[in-house]
Design a protein around this ligand. Sequence first.
Ligand code: ADP
Ligand code: ADP
Length: 230
Amino acid sequence: IPILELKGISYQYPDHTAALKNVSLKIERGKKIALLGNNGAGKSTLLLHLNAILTPSAGHMLFKGERMTYKRIEKQKLRQHVGIVFQDPDSQLFSSSVYEDIKYGPRNMGLAPEKVKEAVDVAMALTETASLKEKPPHFLSLGQKKRVAIAGVLAMNPELLILDEPTAGLDPYYTKKIMNVLNAIQNENRTMIISTHDVNLAFEWADEVWIMNDGKIISTGCPTIVFQDE
Ligand code: ADP
Ligand code: ADP
């Protein structure tokens, strides 16, 4: 069964902007999915539904075949399996040092201290952030902040890892570093979704592409076929 399945999800923001219109999708285990679309297409809104930060206005979501009811306890459980890295790392980094920031998630999950340390060390190695661990996140470059934000979510070892625009605003040097991270953290148990404007990145990295426009998914499939049709 898929990790997550969306069935006819629509979402209106409080000001009545219709950001999602009848979206249905399946997220199969182990996939690397790239979500593409213009600014305002609804990508962030869609991603925020996947770990129940937003509750759909209509339609519903199945988590491992069970229908989400959006009770507090269910949302907490979902978020232990589905981690999201926001587009703006400043919204995610708030501790006095990189190490403390990465530690926050696994410690909150109630892991034993030695397990927390292990999870942080693994996450720092995969994201090449160990050399930054004493630094205040506030003073890092955007490319470094993005890697620290990824490390913080990775340290919770989510089955589904979502990254909203992981390379947006980065120069080629830091884009390459993020690509290295995406490749390093990939394994057969990890399902990943990234949103991006970068068609080349999607083509090279993804094994499934979703194309969004005006709140709707207009195309899905493997990159060679989807881009051929464009
Ligand atoms: P994308 O991530 O593809 O750029 P978004 O999901 O951010 O798209 O936005 C989808 C639509 O919802 C856009 O029309 C956007 O202006 C609108 N929108 C996004 N956030 C809000 C909000 N907090 N309140 C009202 N409208 C919003
Ligand atoms: P760290 O994660 O250890 O901070 P960085 O990837 O940020 O490592 O930087 C590693 C080295 O690359 C540093 O010496 C830095 O000066 C250099 N560097 C940083 N940004 C760029 C860039 N845009 N182009 C080329 N070299 C860079």
